[in-house]
Design a protein around this ligand. Structure first.
Ligand code: ADP
Length: 516
């Protein structure tokens, strides 16, 4: 039956930052009236300016704004939205949200509640795909009932073992266990971490793979059986089990291996009537096997690299299929999307890469973003933007595309030279280190590589010039002295430092006083 769906005329975006702006841009280009639902602390910025209508959901705390189903539905009704886009994070993968939106007679721009239930929960997805004979990371597809059940999983798959939260996300609620004697404490800690972070202490356990790569397949479903598959993304450069750099295609897969991976993604999904964008994540073991890891039932942070090499606007596609557009077929060969070139994204987060990536909050005092052929920056930040502790630390996504990987990395190198963000610490020194690393250019890295390299004392050190050395040293010394002074003396120093060379500020950022 081919249902005729009404055209979507008014979309409300219930999210913030770069992803809200990215969705608003496509909606506007499609002639759709845009509504931005925001918290009180987000009542400014380019997304706020671009939206046709804005509505405040509530105070800054996510629980009272971006995570409040009631506030979002009320805002959608008040502004006459006929569809809601959840972006990523927040409520985007909550079955209850998708259901509540549909119950309110509004279109949810994302998967059906049933899709989210079957595929978004890690334990349920493992069970469903095991039945389809998709290879899964060795472990147990049952939730862990008690300590003795995790002990028996360890007996069968060995160590290292990974205990994970079924409702997990963002690398949270995971514990690597190296030895039997650490099992009990890891189990208890993971359980309380999962309860605190997700309100659900359900755990499962699988083998912790060493030297594997993270590869994933972007899909788009029309909810009527039609599927489109996109070339794989490699997201192996990670810290704390979270992605920092993503690229497409994976630099080490042959065409045959790519086809094998895409076929696994196709077999996993073809019988679910999946609707909207989604991503099947796999680990690619050193020994050559692919193992299903989890499915993200939403648009992902790294979707722009897929857009860069295929020419698709994934948000536009999503809106059109929700309006009833059918994808040509669910036949494997025809569902594979052709691509051209190579694309890389780096996540610029407000974090201190020298102190275990702790969040860095404050005001952005300078923001200059690069451009030119093949360079895209997705950000809602600008000079004067506040980075608050309320939300995740993503400031900007630096995305490059080239005819091949060499051109893409060269463009990334130039973009790194141009970009300037001051006022908060960022992950940019890590990008510099990655681009200075010959192993990256040879494509030789796996999911543990970056953490291992970050342990080397000089991995993040910038290349000094004589002028730079002096300024960097001065910055580092100022930092050391800061610790000995009162807060009011520090405020005066801050003002003075902000007026001198940017290299001095860089020296403070890199904490280099003791080095020289
Ligand atoms: P989240 O939903 O929190 O992102 P994932 O299951 O996607 O959790 O895992 C995040 C990252 O953790 C993966 O990209 C991978 O680097 C690492 N990881 C997860 N499971 C394993 C495993 N079994 N072995 C090795 N690394 C793993």
């Amino acid at each position: 039956m081919n249902l005729v769906q009404p055209k979507i005329k008014r979309v409300m975006v219930a999210n913030r930052g770069e992803i809200a702006l990215r969705i608003l841009r496509t909606c506007k280009a499609m002639g759709i009236h845009t509504i931005l639902a925001h918290s009180s602390v987000d009542a400014e910025g380019p997304g706020f300016d671009l939206a046709d209508t804005t509505i405040c959901l509530g105070p800054p705390e996510a629980l009272k704004s971006y995570l409040s189903i009631d506030a979002i539905i009320a805002a959608a009704k008040k502004t006459g939205a006929d569809a809601i886009h959840p972006g990523y994070g927040f409520l985007s993968e909550r079955r209850a949200f998708s259901q509540a939106v549909e119950d309110a007679g509004i279109t949810f721009l994302g998967p059906t509640p049933q899709n989210i239930q079957q595929l978004g929960d890690k334990v349920q997805a493992r069970q469903a795909l095991t039945k389809l004979k998709i290879p899964i990371v060795p472990g147990d597809s049952e939730a862990i009932a008690d300590l003795s059940s995790v002990e028996s999983i360890a007996d069968s798959v060995g160590f290292p073992l990974l205990i994970k939260a079924a409702a997990g996300g963002g690398g949270k609620g995971m514990r690597v266990v190296e030895r039997k004697e650490d099992l009990e404490s890891a189990f208890r800690l993971a359980q309380s971490e999962a309860l605190n972070a997700f309100g659900d202490g359900t755990l499962f356990a699988e083998k912790y793979l060493i030297r594997a790569r993270h590869v994933e397949v972007q899909v788009l479903g029309d909810g009527q059986g039609g599927l489109r598959l996109f070339p794989e993304r490699d997201c192996s450069p990670q810290r704390r089990h979270q992605k920092l750099l993503e690229e497409t295609p994976c630099p080490v897969l042959s065409n045959e291996q790519r086809e094998e991976l895409l076929k696994l993604a196709h077999s996993s999904l073809k019988d679910f009537n999946y609707r909207g964008p989604g991503t099947l994540e796999f680990l690619y073991a050193e020994t050559g096997e692919f193992y299903f890891l989890e499915m993200n039932t939403r648009l992902q942070v790294e979707h722009p690299i897929t857009e860069s090499i295929t020419g698709f606007d994934l948000v536009q596609e999503q809106i059109e299929i929700t309006e009833g557009k059918k994808l040509p077929t669910n036949d494997f060969e025809k569902s594979v999307t052709p691509y051209s070139g190579s694309s890389i994204e780096f996540r610029i987060n407000a974090e201190d890469p020298y102190t275990n990536f702790l969040p860095s909050t404050g005001t952005i005092t300078e923001a200059h973003y690069p451009g030119g052929p093949g360079v895209r920056v997705d950000t809602a930040s600008h000079q004067g933007s506040s980075i608050t502790p309320y939300y995740d630390s993503l400031v900007a996504k630096l995305i490059v595309v080239g005819q091949d990987r060499v051109q893409a990395t060269s463009r990334l190198q130039v973009a790194l030279e141009e970009i300037k963000i001051s006022g908060v610490l960022t992950t940019l020194p890590v990008l510099k280190a990655i681009l200075d690393d010959p192993e990256f250019h040879e494509g030789k890295y796996h999911i543990q590589s970056l953490e291992e390299k970050l342990k080397q004392p000089d991995y993040l050190t910038p290349t000094p010039t004589p002028e730079l050395e002096l300024a960097l040293a001065l910055g580092g010394i100022l930092n050391q002295q800061n610790q000995k002074r009162s807060p009011s003396q520090n405020r005066n120093t801050e003002e003075a430092v902000n007026q001198v060379s940017p290299w001095v500020q860089l020296g403070r950022q890199f904490n280099l006083g003791g080095r020289l």
